[in-house]
Structures are given as structure tokens and as C-alpha cells.
Design a protein around this ligand. Structure first.
Ligand SMILES: Cc1cc2nc3c(=O)[nH]c(=O)nc-3n(C[C@H](O)[C@H](O)[C@H](O)COP(=O)(O)OP(=O)(O)OC[C@H]3O[C@@H](n4cnc5c(N)ncnc54)[C@H](O)[C@@H]3O)c2cc1C
Length: 503
């Protein structure tokens, strides 16, 4: 169980993280309740991948890059908990997040830095939470300190499931949308479902907030206007996971599926108790409306754009290796590689502009400039889908015939050694690359990644609509167009003056 106090150990190790998952959490998958996610074959690869990230921050060679001194305890704490006060702070934070993302090839969307950054942003804007009552402002600040000092891994779940899309969340049948059902002097009780929580079974706590773009700001939605954090072992709470991604045998067979299935789960609450200290908004439409102004969006996008860059660099690395193994320098191969170069450099530039052009935020903090990060959110899904297509085009038949490690070690091994080798690469090494290309571009893992990129930050169409409605550069550009047209007469007069008059 995780502590509710703020006296923690600071930046923790992988072993600390793994130990923290051994609690009474109710994780269901394939119709059974899992006793220990750290030991179950469907979860342990991803558990180890996250643990490795925690170990990176404890590496003496990396410690200064990955942590900073806690403002309350002085202990080293993860840099993703920083409240950035300059463009340089944003760059430092990105460098830390990129180190984590490079370690997983950008293939895990909900590494703990994602929510660390978002809760830090909420805490910087604690006054917004106070709109629903002073104590909620204090709660978000102390929660930030709590997760920072204990270095907790969070998931979040913003979206309510809908059976009938014609109806609002409070009109859905079956009482299945999560809502407040009771309150006492000690806290609130909630029942119903929230979907989706990626990393849920592998997190320490879940942050429940209203989905900013989707929440109906009407009185009828009051029981749903709630924000809180719950430990994963909260009595009355369970997670129902999707089936795990197929992976078996040696890690080299399924290098991504076996290591990085971060899992997606629906969270069900059944009269689950949440103490007031962990409630950040309660039955207040006004609080939801105000909290939507929290800079957690751009800060979260700073993390996800960093991940996008790491992921595209990793995909580019696979593509260049495929071209090298095949000794292919055909023009169409080079054109495809140049597309990936353009994606990587575009992402890098957008990320950097967001940092350099940061804007003042609450309490002396800075907020990354949102527009370039919005472009990453809008454009990355198409870039990603194209990158997978390029891997398929470059890998072609080699990707499907790549055998497993078990095949290589079988009686067929010598034959495989001959037909699977490259011109100057042994079969086993080439097979590792082909299995990686398969897992990144063709497998269930690749399909889920593609879906994730399209939807992880909400309905892409609704988001695009909001971006277009709120684009701050539009008015100036519009005014410039009207001013251009205003000069029609003047230009006409000037041209007419220069023309020779008719005899
Ligand atoms: C792999 C993955 C991981 C995710 N992880 C998380 C997470 O960790 N935390 C989290 O909070 N969320 C997560 N999300 C959820 C994400 O926030 C939602 O998927 C996203 O907001 C879209 O909501 P939805 O899935 O309910 O899709 P919907 O809103 O149901 O959209 C599905 C389709 O229906 C269309 N549609 C929407 N409304 C209507 C309507 N009224 N009439 C007709 N058509 C309509 C949409 O345009 C779209 O084409 C994840 C999603 C995915 C795919």
C-alpha cells in the first residue's frame, strides 16, 4: 500500500516500484483475478520496462539529469515533477523525459512522467481548483507533493463509457457511468465505470477527472462533476483489462509485445470510498469549468510530443537498418527514408519552439507554447501510420519469413542460417531486426499503437474543432486579408496614374 503522507523516499528504484505493485488491487483479465501483476506473464514484461525507467533515475551517472532537489524534503525527486520557471527548465525536463522515452523507443504512452507532468501543472494552478472550495485547492497541492515525494506511478481515466451516443452521460441507461453516490464527513463514495485507463494494473493510483472537451456543463451533470485520486487497492474498485498482446518464448521473437504491453483497462467503482484529502472537485460544474483552464493540456502535450519524437526516431532507426541490411539505395527507398527524416526534424522543431516560446503560467511558472504542440497532436497520427507503412514497404517479405529463436535452435537451424542470412549479416541478427520491424509495423502491438496515437488524447475530430475555434493567430491573419483588400482602390489608383493616358 502507498502512504498518504508526504514523507517519502524521493526518486525510487525499479525494485521499489515492483514492490509497490504487490497489494490488494483487483485486476481482472481473461475472466480471472490476478494475484500478483509483477509475476503474471501477461504483465511482467511491461512491469520490468517501467522498473528499468525508475532504475535509470537512480543511476549515479544520470542522477543530475533525471532528478532535482525536492523543495520540501531536499531529496532527489524525478524531474517530471518540476514546476518549470523558464524555457531552460522545460528543456531540462524534456531531456529527462527523452531519456526515458529513448529507453522504450517511445513505445509506451503512459510512462509515469506523463501524469507527473499533468499533476504538476494542476498543482501550479491550484487556485483554479479552489473555485469549488478552498480545500480542493489545498488538496491538489498536497497531492502533487505526495506523488512527488513517494514517486508514484499514476494512470488517469477521463472518459465515461457511453451506451447511447445520442444521450448525455447523466442520461445513460444502467447506472454505469461513474458518479458520486454518497458523501460523509470522511469523504465521498463513487459507483460506475470509467474508460480507458492505460497502465491501470501497473500504476499505484488513478487520477479521475472530467474530460475537458466532452463534459456537459449543465446542472444535471453535477453528480458526475468530480475529480479525485484513488489508490489501486481501493476497496470496491476493480480493473477489467483487455486481452494481453500475444507474445511467447524469447524476447527476440516479440521484442515490443513482450516488453511493452502497457495494458488498457476499464475501471469499475462499486461504492468505493475516497477520502476528502484526495478529492479535487466535488459536484461543482463551476469547478469543472474553471479547472479546464489548468495548463495540464500543454504540459501533457510537452511529454507526449517528446514521446512522439523518440518514437519517430526509433522507427527511423529501424527503417535505416532495414535499408542497410538489404543494401538498398534505390531512389524509392531513399525517398521513403527522407520522409521519416522530415517527420523527425519537424517534431524536433515543434518541440523546441514550444519551449523557447513558452508563456507565463500560474504562480511564476512557464507553460510551453501550445500551438506547435497542438500541431504534433494533430499531425503525429498520420506521420505514425505512414512510418508503419514505410517499414512494411522496406521490410516486405523478409518480415513475414523471419523465424523464431526456437526455430533457429531446432533441427532446421542450419537451413535457416543459410536462407535467412543477409549479404553481410548472420541469420540470427537479421531475424532480430525483422521481428522488431514486424512487431513495430504489423503485429497486434503495432495495431494498438496506431489506435493509441489516434485517440489517446480524446476524439481527434472534436479536438480539431476546438483547435480551429481557438486558434489565436486567426484574427490577425483575417485582419491582414481585409487590410489587403482595403488597398484595392489605392493600388488601382497608382497603376492608373502610371498608365499612359489615351490620346
Ligand atoms: C489505446 C487507447 C488508450 C487510451 N488510454 C487512455 C487513458 O489512459 N486515459 C484516458 O482517459 N483515456 C484513454 N483513452 C481514451 C480516449 O480518451 C478515448 O478513446 C477518446 O477520448 C475517444 O473516446 P471514445 O473511445 O469513447 O470514442 P468515441 O467518442 O465513442 O468515438 C468513437 C467514434 O464515434 C464517433 N462519435 C462520437 N460521438 C458520436 C455521436 N454522438 N454520434 C455519432 N458518432 C460519434 C467519433 O467521431 C469516433 O469516430 C485511450 C484510448 C485508446 C484507443
Amino acid at each position: 500500500m502507498t502512504s498518504m503522507t508526504t514523507t517519502g523516499t524521493g526518486a525510487r528504484s525499479g525494485a521499489d516500484y515492483i514492490a509497490s505493485l504487490r497489494d490488494d488491487r483487483a485486476v481482472w483479465i481473461d475472466g480471472e483475478r490476478i494475484k500478483d501483476v509483477t509475476k503474471d506473464h501477461r504483465f511482467r514484461g511491461a512491469v520490468q520496462s517501467i522498473a528499468d525507467l525508475y532504475d535509470l533515475q537512480c543511476d549515479p551517472a544520470l542522477r543530475d539529469r533525471m532528478t532535482f532537489a525536492s523543495p520540501s524534503s531536499g531529496k532527489p525527486v524525478g524531474l517530471s515533477f518540476l514546476l518549470p520557471r523558464s524555457a531552460e527548465d522545460l528543456r531540462r525536463r524534456r531531456d529527462m523525459m527523452k531519456t526515458w522515452m529513448d529507453a522504450v523507443g517511445g513505445m509506451m504512452g503512459r510512462t509515469p512522467d506523463f501524469l507527473n507532468v499533468m499533476v504538476s501543472a494542476h498543482a501550479s494552478a491550484h487556485e483554479l481548483f479552489a473555485a469549488g472550495g478552498e480545500r480542493f485547492g489545498r488538496n491538489i497541492t498536497s497531492y502533487h507533493e505526495h506523488i512527488r515525494e513517494n514517486d508514484l506511478a499514476l494512470t488517469h481515466s477521463l472518459v465515461s463509457p457511453d451506451i447511447d451516443k445520442r444521450k448525455a452521460m447523466f442520461e445513460q441507461p444502467g447506472e454505469m457511468v461513474m458518479r458520486v453516490v454518497r458523501e460523509t464527513d470522511a469523504g465521498i463514495h463513487v459507483s460506475g465505470a470509467r474508460s480507458v485507463a492505460t497502465l491501470g494494473p501497473l500504476a499505484n493510483e488513478v487520477l479521475i477527472m472530467p474530460a475537458a472537451a466532452k463534459f456537459p456543463l449543465v446542472e444535471d451533470a453535477e453528480a458526475y462533476a468530480v475529480g479525485f485520486a484513488a489508490r489501486m487497492d481501493t476497496p470496491g474498485m476493480k480493473m477489467i483489462c483487455r486481452p494481453s498482446l500475444p507474445a511467447k518464448g524469447h524476447f527476440a521473437n516479440d521484442p515490443l509485445s513482450a516488453r511493452m504491453d502497457e495494458m488498457d483497462a476499464v475501471i469499475w467503482f462499486d461504492n468505493a470510498f475516497i477520502p476528502w484529502e484526495r478529492v479535487f472537485m466535488h459536484r461543482s460544474i463551476k469547478a469543472v469549468e474553471t479547472a479546464m483552464k489548468s495548463p495540464s493540456g500543454p504540459h501533457g502535450s510537452h511529454q507526449s510530443a517528446t514521446r512522439s519524437l523518440a518514437k519517430m526516431e526509433f522507427l527511423l532507426g529501424i527503417a535505416y537498418n532495414l535499408a542497410d541490411v538489404n543494401h538498398s539505395r534505390f531512389p524509392q527507398v531513399m525517398v521513403q527514408l527522407s520522409e521519416l527524416v522530415a517527420f523527425v526534424e519537424t517534431l524536433r522543431a515543434l518541440l523546441r519552439v514550444a519551449e523557447v516560446d513558452c508563456v507565463p503560467g500560474p504562480g511564476g511558472t512557464v507553460v510551453p507554447y501550445e500551438q506547435p504542440l497542438n500541431v504534433v497532436r494533430a499531425q503525429y497520427p498520420a506521420m505514425h501510420a505512414r512510418a508503419l507503412e514505410i517499414l512494411q514497404l522496406l521490410g516486405a517479405g523478409n518480415v513475414v519469413v523471419a523465424p523464431s529463436v526456437e526455430d533457429l535452435r531446432s533441427a532446421s537451424g542450419p537451413a535457416i542460417e543459410r536462407y535467412c542470412a543477409g549479404a553481410d549479416i548472420p541469420a540470427e541478427r537479421k531475424m532480430q531486426l525483422m521481428r522488431l520491424a514486424w512487431d513495430a509495423s504489423c503485429s497486434s502491438f503495432a495495431g494498438r499503437q496506431n489506435l493509441y496515437e489516434k485517440f489517446f488524447s480524446g476524439d481527434p475530430w472534436r479536438n480539431a474543432q476546438i483547435r480551429a475555434e481557438r486558434y489565436p493567430g486567426a484574427r490577425e491573419a483575417q485582419a491582414r486579408v481585409w487590410a489587403f483588400l482595403d488597398r484595392n482602390e489605392e493600388w488601382q489608383a497608382r497603376i492608373n496614374a502610371d498608365l499612359p493616358t489615351a490620346a
